[in-house]
Each structure stands twice: as structure tokens, then as C-alpha cells.
Design a protein around this ligand. Structure first.
Ligand code: SME
Length: 157
């Protein structure tokens, strides 16, 4: 991704975050916020093919609000990109999902992926925000930073 491209993308995340901050004044309900965030991201970001949350429920990663094709409802434990991000408590950027050991293919069209942890108000990891693209190497640091910022807002003020 060129610098210009990255800065355009960062500006797009800025606009989404500003719009979400306004929308989130209506409610602090995390499900409503997750649904609103994925709807806005999915429609504003042309490189997003699947956009959604997986939530930790009784030790499983269970799908939450999402946009895009039908997804796996429960992810096999300790496998794939979402579990890697949840376990590490850090973002995972995957330029080619076919080269990621244990990647869980919910849709064969996904080629690259970025996942950031979702934390509650106390800083505990309660899930992840996951985005897939139909193109290889579709995501970069601008996406990591933008998605981390938006994930922080879900349980924010
Ligand atoms: N690919 C993810 C699973 C979720 S789908 O991308 C919607 C993973 O390996 O954890």
C-alpha cells in the first residue's frame, strides 16, 4: 500500500470514527454499537468483504453482529486468525490466509484478513473485530490502527 493510499484510508477511518462517536451517544449497549459499527464500516470501506465481531461466550468465539456472506457461528477453539488475536491480545494481519496455519475458511473467497481484539471497559478481552477481503494483502497498518480505534469505542463512553 502506497503512503498516499494509506493516508487516504486513515482519513476514511477518521470519518467513520467521528460518525460512530455521534451515533454511539444514543446508547452504550455493546450489541447495538457493534451492529452500527459493522454496518458503517462495511459500506464505507470498499475493500471489506466480510466485517464482523466474534464474542467470547463460555470460552468459545461465537459470531456477533456482521455484514457480508454467511459466516461460521462458532470458531473451532484455539485455531485460526480470530483465536490468535484473542489469545495474543494483539492485532493479527494476514496478507494471505492460505499461508496462515489453521486459518478457518468460512467463505472460500476470502484471501486476506485483519483481526483486532475487543476489550470491555475493564480492559478484558471479550472478543475480536474481524475483517476479510477478497483480495490478497488488502490490509495494512492504517486498517489495524483504524479498527483498533473503533473496537475501543464499543465499550467506551
Ligand atoms: N477466518 C477466521 C474465521 C472467521 S471468518 O473470517 C468470518 C479465522 O481464521 O479465525
Amino acid at each position: 500500500m502506497s503512503t498516499t493510499h494509506a493516508s487516504e484510508r486513515a482519513a476514511r477511518y477518521d470519518r467513520v470514527a467521528v460518525q460512530l462517536a455521534d451515533l454511539f451517544e444514543k446508547t452504550a449497549d455493546p450489541t447495538a454499537r457493534m451492529a452500527t459499527a459493522v454496518a458503517l464500516l462495511h459500506h464505507k470501506m470498499p475493500h471489506f468483504f466480510w466485517t464482523g465481531f466474534y464474542r467470547l461466550v463460555d470460552g468459545d468465539l461465537v459470531v456477533g453482529p456482521y455484514q457480508g456472506p454467511l459466516a461460521c457461528q462458532v470458531l473451532e477453539r484455539e485455531k485460526g486468525v480470530c483465536w490468535a488475536a484473542a489469545r495474543r491480545g494483539a492485532p493479527v494481519l494476514v496478507p494471505n490466509v492460505h499461508e496462515f496455519p489453521g486459518h478457518i475458511a468460512c467463505d472460500a473467497r476470502s484471501q486476506s484478513e485483519v483481526v483486532v481484539p475487543l476489550r470491555d471497559g475493564a480492559g478484558r478481552i471479550v472478543g475480536v473485530l474481524d475483517v476479510d477481503s477478497e483480495q490478497l494483502a488488502a490490509f495494512g497498518e492504517a486498517d489495524v490502527a483504524g479498527l483498533e480505534r473503533i473496537a475501543t469505542m464499543i465499550y467506551g463512553p
